[in-house]
Design a protein around this ligand. Sequence first.
Ligand SMILES: Cc1ncc(COP(=O)(O)O)c(C=O)c1O
Length: 369
Amino acid sequence: MSTKVPFFEYPRLWSDDREEFLSIIDNVSSSGGFILQKAVSDFELELANYAGSNYAVGVGNATDGMEIFLDAIGVKPGDEIIISSHTMLATASAIKVAGGTPVPVDIGIDNLISPQGIEEAITSNTVGIMPTQLNGRVCNMDAISTIAKKHDLFVVEDAAQALGARYKGQHAGTFGLASCISFYPAKVLGCLGDAGGVLVNDKDLYHKIYQIHDHGRDIDGEVKRWGRNSRLDNLQAAILSHKLKTYNKVIERRREVAQMYQDRLGDLSELQLPPSPSNTSNHFDVYQNYEITADKRDDLKVYLSEKNIGTLIQWGGKGVHQFHQLGFNQKLPKTDKFFERCIMLPMNIFISNEDVDYICEVVKSFYMK
Ligand SMILES: Cc1ncc(COP(=O)(O)O)c(C=O)c1O
């Protein structure tokens, strides 16, 4: 049985696929097509097709993607956009950089943005809602869309963690005007550096996003507006195309691991686990993370570490509203409580069934001490 399970083995991203990557790097590099060439347009098409979106634009990273689509939508100073407090600070910072005001709200029982929290936070300055499809699970988009329609708000998605996740059969990233996907190395579809994608259905908005990501130039190269540079580069695009081919298998493996955790830890009353994949519901989850809440969380983390099991507390253990130094002062008790108890167990394709067995045995032994 395994006695060492790192939280995520970054070197294996390279070593497990080294020969293939070397050949991809050689092909792209010897063609001389480094920027905005075929590998990028091919991947954009594949990504859009995979997610069921009309268009995709490759960008430097998901945070840039959010800034760019908010800029394209026309967010202006004073505009408030409601987000979950349980998200990466990037969701908030993208709104800030685009000129708007991020308004974090509490989480619901599913640990995703609370529809009730959204309703309560709406003011005359609210222009949109940006739910985060967290941990590879899509929020209750029926409830969010109903609120958005009722108050005439746009919806955009932080789908950085959720490529392939579905709600009532519809893919994460296709529910609102636009969304971002992150290809950060540890993401379910991760590349060998920073990269991101924007998904968008509307043709005009697509062109605006395209222009902003490439110095204001449209696909024909003509400058149409002010822009910036946040392009996905061809080497990363070619690597992502290669990985997208087996992406569904990766998702299946993650779902298998989630089911194993459920089967082995589901009876422990000290833990709350994410919904299991076998739980037939409106959701198809891709388990970007396996985030649980646990009694005696801090002691559990130390105990697991002593047994050579890596864990992580998401966002360094803070919700967005807890960054008081950035001016947030909301009172969000459910999120506060969550961050006292949350911890992520290893969840990736590098861990074996034996690793999961070992992790679960150690967790159980902690509570039987
Ligand atoms: C929910 C969420 N939003 C945004 C981001 C930012 O993505 P990127 O690092 O590609 O900018 C991440 C990445 O960790 C994320 O998990």
